[in-house]
Design a protein around this ligand. Sequence first.
Ligand SMILES: [Zn+2]
Length: 262
Amino acid sequence: MLPWLQPFPADPVLVAAGVAGFAALGSFLGAAQARLGATLDGEATYGGASFWRGRSICPACRQGLPVRDLVPIVSWIALGRRCRHCGVPIPTDYAAVEAGSVLVFVLALWLGGPWPSVLGRALLGAVLVALVAVDLRRLLLPDGLVLPLLPLGLLEAWLAGGDLVVASAGAVFGGGLLWLVRAVHKRVRGREGLGLGDVKLMAAGGAWVGPAGIGPVLLVAALATLTAIGVAYLLGRGPTTASRIPFGPGLALGIFAVTLFA
Ligand SMILES: [Zn+2]
Protein backbone atom coordinates (compact mmCIF):
# COMPACT_ATOMS: atom_id res chain seq x y z
CA MET A 1 0.00 0.00 0.00
CA LEU A 2 1.29 3.48 -0.80
CA PRO A 3 2.46 5.17 2.41
CA TRP A 4 -0.03 8.05 2.11
CA LEU A 5 -2.93 5.64 1.67
CA GLN A 6 -2.61 4.29 5.21
CA PRO A 7 -5.72 4.69 7.38
CA PHE A 8 -5.81 7.77 9.62
CA PRO A 9 -4.07 6.53 12.79
CA ALA A 10 -6.28 6.04 15.86
CA ASP A 11 -3.69 7.84 18.00
CA PRO A 12 -5.43 9.92 20.74
CA VAL A 13 -2.90 12.75 20.35
CA LEU A 14 -3.47 12.98 16.59
CA VAL A 15 -7.25 12.80 17.05
CA ALA A 16 -7.12 15.59 19.67
CA ALA A 17 -4.93 17.66 17.32
CA GLY A 18 -7.48 17.08 14.55
CA VAL A 19 -10.36 18.22 16.76
CA ALA A 20 -8.44 21.36 17.81
CA GLY A 21 -7.40 22.02 14.22
CA PHE A 22 -10.94 21.73 12.89
CA ALA A 23 -12.27 23.96 15.71
CA ALA A 24 -9.74 26.60 14.62
CA LEU A 25 -10.63 26.05 10.96
CA GLY A 26 -14.32 26.44 11.86
CA SER A 27 -13.50 29.74 13.58
CA PHE A 28 -11.80 30.96 10.40
CA LEU A 29 -14.64 29.70 8.16
CA GLY A 30 -17.27 31.28 10.46
CA ALA A 31 -15.57 34.65 10.04
CA ALA A 32 -15.05 34.04 6.30
CA GLN A 33 -18.72 33.32 5.59
CA ALA A 34 -19.83 36.35 7.64
CA ARG A 35 -17.41 38.74 5.95
CA LEU A 36 -17.78 37.43 2.40
CA GLY A 37 -21.59 37.43 2.80
CA ALA A 38 -21.64 40.99 4.19
CA THR A 39 -19.36 42.20 1.38
CA LEU A 40 -21.53 40.59 -1.32
CA ASP A 41 -24.61 42.19 0.27
CA GLY A 42 -22.86 45.58 0.05
CA GLU A 43 -22.71 46.09 3.82
CA ALA A 44 -19.95 48.33 5.18
CA THR A 45 -19.82 46.20 8.36
CA TYR A 46 -16.14 45.36 8.08
CA GLY A 47 -15.04 48.75 6.77
CA GLY A 48 -13.89 47.33 3.44
CA ALA A 49 -10.82 45.74 5.06
CA SER A 50 -9.42 42.84 3.07
CA PHE A 51 -10.62 39.62 4.62
CA TRP A 52 -7.25 37.93 4.32
CA ARG A 53 -5.28 40.77 5.88
CA GLY A 54 -7.88 42.35 8.16
CA ARG A 55 -7.70 41.31 11.81
CA SER A 56 -10.63 39.95 13.82
CA ILE A 57 -13.05 42.75 14.70
CA CYS A 58 -16.57 43.00 16.08
CA PRO A 59 -18.86 43.76 13.10
CA ALA A 60 -21.01 46.04 15.29
CA CYS A 61 -18.42 48.30 16.98
CA ARG A 62 -15.36 47.38 14.86
CA GLN A 63 -13.16 47.03 17.95
CA GLY A 64 -10.32 44.53 17.59
CA LEU A 65 -10.84 41.25 19.40
CA PRO A 66 -8.17 39.97 21.81
CA VAL A 67 -6.92 36.41 21.37
CA ARG A 68 -8.80 35.24 24.49
CA ASP A 69 -12.06 36.15 22.70
CA LEU A 70 -11.18 33.97 19.70
CA VAL A 71 -11.13 30.50 21.28
CA PRO A 72 -13.73 28.50 19.31
CA ILE A 73 -17.08 28.03 21.10
CA VAL A 74 -15.46 28.51 24.57
CA SER A 75 -15.07 32.31 24.18
CA TRP A 76 -18.58 32.63 22.82
CA ILE A 77 -20.05 30.95 25.93
CA ALA A 78 -17.63 32.69 28.34
CA LEU A 79 -18.57 36.12 26.93
CA GLY A 80 -22.29 35.40 27.41
CA ARG A 81 -22.68 35.42 23.61
CA ARG A 82 -22.06 39.19 23.50
CA CYS A 83 -19.25 41.47 22.33
CA ARG A 84 -16.90 42.43 25.20
CA HIS A 85 -16.80 46.06 24.01
CA CYS A 86 -20.31 46.99 22.88
CA GLY A 87 -22.50 44.18 24.26
CA VAL A 88 -24.15 43.49 20.90
CA PRO A 89 -25.12 39.78 20.63
CA ILE A 90 -22.68 37.68 18.58
CA PRO A 91 -24.59 35.77 15.86
CA THR A 92 -24.96 32.04 16.61
CA ASP A 93 -23.53 31.35 13.12
CA TYR A 94 -19.91 31.54 14.32
CA ALA A 95 -20.26 28.95 17.09
CA ALA A 96 -22.46 26.79 14.84
CA VAL A 97 -19.80 26.70 12.11
CA GLU A 98 -17.12 25.92 14.73
CA ALA A 99 -19.13 23.07 16.25
CA GLY A 100 -20.13 21.82 12.76
CA SER A 101 -16.49 21.72 11.62
CA VAL A 102 -15.52 19.53 14.60
CA LEU A 103 -18.56 17.32 14.00
CA VAL A 104 -17.72 16.66 10.32
CA PHE A 105 -14.12 15.80 11.26
CA VAL A 106 -15.30 13.29 13.89
CA LEU A 107 -17.78 11.82 11.39
CA ALA A 108 -15.16 11.48 8.62
CA LEU A 109 -12.70 9.94 11.10
CA TRP A 110 -15.30 7.51 12.42
CA LEU A 111 -16.13 6.29 8.90
CA GLY A 112 -12.43 5.80 8.27
CA GLY A 113 -10.41 5.47 5.08
CA PRO A 114 -6.93 6.57 3.99
CA TRP A 115 -5.90 9.75 5.76
CA PRO A 116 -6.05 12.07 2.67
CA SER A 117 -9.70 11.01 2.29
CA VAL A 118 -10.50 11.52 5.99
CA LEU A 119 -8.92 14.99 6.07
CA GLY A 120 -10.25 15.90 2.61
CA ARG A 121 -13.82 14.92 3.45
CA ALA A 122 -13.64 16.72 6.79
CA LEU A 123 -12.35 19.86 5.04
CA LEU A 124 -15.13 19.58 2.45
CA GLY A 125 -17.69 19.18 5.25
CA ALA A 126 -16.37 22.21 7.18
CA VAL A 127 -16.61 24.48 4.11
CA LEU A 128 -20.10 23.12 3.38
CA VAL A 129 -21.19 23.96 6.96
CA ALA A 130 -20.01 27.57 6.42
CA LEU A 131 -21.92 27.68 3.10
CA VAL A 132 -25.10 26.45 4.81
CA ALA A 133 -24.78 29.27 7.37
CA VAL A 134 -24.34 32.04 4.80
CA ASP A 135 -27.01 30.70 2.40
CA LEU A 136 -29.61 30.43 5.19
CA ARG A 137 -28.89 33.99 6.34
CA ARG A 138 -28.33 35.78 3.03
CA LEU A 139 -29.45 33.49 0.18
CA LEU A 140 -26.05 33.53 -1.42
CA LEU A 141 -23.02 31.26 -1.81
CA PRO A 142 -19.75 33.24 -2.01
CA ASP A 143 -17.32 32.16 -4.76
CA GLY A 144 -14.49 32.48 -2.23
CA LEU A 145 -15.84 29.44 -0.38
CA VAL A 146 -17.45 27.49 -3.24
CA LEU A 147 -14.77 27.56 -5.95
CA PRO A 148 -11.82 26.13 -3.92
CA LEU A 149 -13.90 22.97 -3.39
CA LEU A 150 -13.49 22.02 -7.07
CA PRO A 151 -9.66 21.74 -7.23
CA LEU A 152 -9.76 20.29 -3.71
CA GLY A 153 -12.08 17.52 -4.91
CA LEU A 154 -9.77 16.72 -7.82
CA LEU A 155 -6.78 16.72 -5.46
CA GLU A 156 -8.53 14.37 -3.04
CA ALA A 157 -9.43 12.01 -5.90
CA TRP A 158 -5.81 12.01 -7.07
CA LEU A 159 -4.26 11.54 -3.58
CA ALA A 160 -6.69 8.78 -2.60
CA GLY A 161 -5.98 6.82 -5.76
CA GLY A 162 -9.23 7.74 -7.52
CA ASP A 163 -9.75 8.53 -11.20
CA LEU A 164 -9.15 12.17 -12.15
CA VAL A 165 -11.14 11.78 -15.38
CA VAL A 166 -14.18 10.55 -13.44
CA ALA A 167 -13.85 13.40 -10.91
CA SER A 168 -13.57 15.98 -13.72
CA ALA A 169 -16.55 14.47 -15.53
CA GLY A 170 -18.52 14.77 -12.28
CA ALA A 171 -17.75 18.50 -12.11
CA VAL A 172 -18.76 19.09 -15.74
CA PHE A 173 -21.90 16.94 -15.50
CA GLY A 174 -23.02 18.35 -12.14
CA GLY A 175 -22.46 21.98 -13.09
CA GLY A 176 -23.87 21.48 -16.60
CA LEU A 177 -27.03 19.80 -15.38
CA LEU A 178 -27.92 22.53 -12.88
CA TRP A 179 -26.98 25.23 -15.40
CA LEU A 180 -29.52 23.65 -17.77
CA VAL A 181 -32.19 23.47 -15.04
CA ARG A 182 -31.54 27.14 -14.25
CA ALA A 183 -31.77 28.17 -17.93
CA VAL A 184 -35.02 26.22 -18.53
CA HIS A 185 -36.61 27.60 -15.34
CA LYS A 186 -35.70 31.15 -16.34
CA ARG A 187 -37.20 30.66 -19.82
CA VAL A 188 -40.44 29.05 -18.61
CA ARG A 189 -41.13 31.08 -15.45
CA GLY A 190 -39.47 34.33 -16.50
CA ARG A 191 -37.54 34.67 -13.22
CA GLU A 192 -34.54 33.15 -11.54
CA GLY A 193 -35.36 29.95 -9.67
CA LEU A 194 -31.90 28.57 -9.12
CA GLY A 195 -28.94 30.78 -8.26
CA LEU A 196 -25.63 30.71 -10.09
CA GLY A 197 -24.05 29.84 -6.72
CA ASP A 198 -26.02 26.57 -6.68
CA VAL A 199 -24.72 25.74 -10.17
CA LYS A 200 -21.11 26.35 -9.07
CA LEU A 201 -21.61 24.36 -5.86
CA MET A 202 -22.92 21.37 -7.83
CA ALA A 203 -19.93 21.62 -10.20
CA ALA A 204 -17.55 21.58 -7.21
CA GLY A 205 -19.52 18.80 -5.53
CA GLY A 206 -19.45 16.79 -8.77
CA ALA A 207 -15.65 16.61 -8.47
CA TRP A 208 -16.13 14.85 -5.12
CA VAL A 209 -18.97 12.46 -6.00
CA GLY A 210 -18.34 11.79 -9.74
CA PRO A 211 -21.06 11.58 -12.43
CA ALA A 212 -22.74 8.60 -10.74
CA GLY A 213 -23.15 10.59 -7.53
CA ILE A 214 -24.98 13.58 -9.07
CA GLY A 215 -28.41 11.86 -9.05
CA PRO A 216 -28.18 10.80 -5.39
CA VAL A 217 -26.94 14.29 -4.39
CA LEU A 218 -29.93 15.96 -6.09
CA LEU A 219 -32.33 13.42 -4.54
CA VAL A 220 -31.02 14.11 -1.02
CA ALA A 221 -31.03 17.88 -1.74
CA ALA A 222 -34.63 17.84 -2.98
CA LEU A 223 -35.90 15.67 -0.10
CA ALA A 224 -34.07 17.76 2.53
CA THR A 225 -35.36 21.04 1.05
CA LEU A 226 -38.96 19.76 0.80
CA THR A 227 -38.77 18.42 4.38
CA ALA A 228 -37.52 21.80 5.62
CA ILE A 229 -40.37 23.58 3.78
CA GLY A 230 -42.87 21.10 5.27
CA VAL A 231 -41.57 21.68 8.78
CA ALA A 232 -41.68 25.46 8.19
CA TYR A 233 -45.37 25.17 7.20
CA LEU A 234 -46.14 23.11 10.31
CA LEU A 235 -44.51 25.85 12.41
CA GLY A 236 -46.68 28.43 10.65
CA ARG A 237 -43.68 30.02 8.90
CA GLY A 238 -44.07 28.47 5.47
CA PRO A 239 -42.82 30.27 2.37
CA THR A 240 -45.24 32.04 0.01
CA THR A 241 -45.04 31.72 -3.78
CA ALA A 242 -42.92 34.91 -3.83
CA SER A 243 -40.42 33.58 -1.27
CA ARG A 244 -36.95 32.61 -2.35
CA ILE A 245 -35.93 29.29 -0.87
CA PRO A 246 -32.21 28.52 -0.44
CA PHE A 247 -31.18 25.31 -2.20
CA GLY A 248 -27.54 25.47 -1.04
CA PRO A 249 -28.13 23.78 2.35
CA GLY A 250 -29.85 20.80 0.68
CA LEU A 251 -27.08 20.53 -1.92
CA ALA A 252 -24.42 20.75 0.81
CA LEU A 253 -26.07 17.94 2.76
CA GLY A 254 -26.39 15.81 -0.39
CA ILE A 255 -22.76 16.35 -1.45
CA PHE A 256 -21.42 15.52 2.02
CA ALA A 257 -23.66 12.48 2.50
CA VAL A 258 -22.84 10.99 -0.92
CA THR A 259 -19.10 11.69 -0.45
CA LEU A 260 -19.14 9.90 2.92
CA PHE A 261 -21.48 6.98 2.26
CA ALA A 262 -21.52 6.25 -1.48
ZN1 LIG B 1 -18.70 45.09 19.55
